[in-house]
Design a protein around this ligand. Sequence first.
Ligand SMILES: *Cc1c(COP(=O)(O)O)cnc(C)c1O
Length: 388
Amino acid sequence: MAGRNHLYVPGPTNIPTEILSAMNVDSQDHRSPIFPDLLKPLLADLKKVFKTETGQAFIFPATGTAGWEIALTNTLSPGDKVLIYRFGQFSHLWAAMAKRLGLDVEVVERPWGEGIPLDDLETRLKADGRHTIKAVLATHNETATGVTSDIGGVRKAMDAAGHPALLFVDGVSSIASIDFRMDEWGVDGAISGSQKGFMLPAGGAFVAFSQKALKATESATFPRCFLDLKDQMAANKDGYTPYTPSIPMLHGLRKALDLLFAEGLDAVYARHARLAAGVRKAVAAWGLENCAKPGFESNTVTAVVVPAEKDARAVISTAFSKYNISLGAGLTEVAGKVFRIGHVGDMNDVSILGALAGVEMALLDNGFTIKPGSGVAAALEYYRATAG
Ligand SMILES: *Cc1c(COP(=O)(O)O)cnc(C)c1O
């Protein structure tokens, strides 16, 4: 099909040409004396994105999934108890990993469309008077349902219960696009990946750990090798890595961080919030429902619920084959029930309007009774009224 494929999945996201160009580099010796000039500033600058001064950032040649495993295996031991709320495919997979590793996992089921219930968390932690729960696993932005949880509130609930558990946060689809404050929120392990807000290809797990978490690595007995933080720390100290890094990824990350800082992190968050608000106006104008319940709406992805007699897969399929746009599918429990519009990363008003126009055509083709142009009109009026 002529013209480009328009990518509106919530990861991998569109890669700005400047980043693609920056990644087009010759191979380089990662043992050379100049390699630390590349790595050291990257690790220091990642901390600014995580908003940590006291923690330490790491880059693994891996993906977000590895980030979960890095947090669990480096700080815990087999049989340790962890608490996790399950309300979408990503919180589901993290809980499943914890079980497969041999942790004692307390999984609390929540409706898909809601996030972490703070009162319930506080109650559960208070009930754990002997502090058997070693870590709380929190999914900041549940990408499957477009739900954002209140991590500052999670910290408050933990403090109110006087509970010493570690707090690990999956920020794969929030960090670098939704406000995230590692130190202020007392996050012990923050997990992100390269292919969402960082606008890079997949293949980079970007993580940061608090001093408390780093201390926990000393007593953690899970076997670990490739994902061992100790090996990273030993090599990173002098600006090197324990094994061969992806050189293009590092150069791409340099450019991505430069772009994020040039725009300003607060401006990046505000842009995502504004674009997301326009998408929500379009969804309302179509008379469709947001999977996220009020108060939980994500600024990086919107999962749109289709009426029970419709199959969201048909919308996604038409959008791809007829209009060359890629939308996110509904995963497992919401398969066929939702389609997702990713509005994360390198996006602006017109790119979102393209997504909405493509969705409208696919909805009309699939017999949805919507007024042509209604969603686009709602969003464009909002964007015009709020343009900087
Ligand atoms: C994408 C995503 C992951 C998984 O990341 P991979 O890079 O595919 O391993 C984990 N958690 C969330 C919230 C995500 O959006």
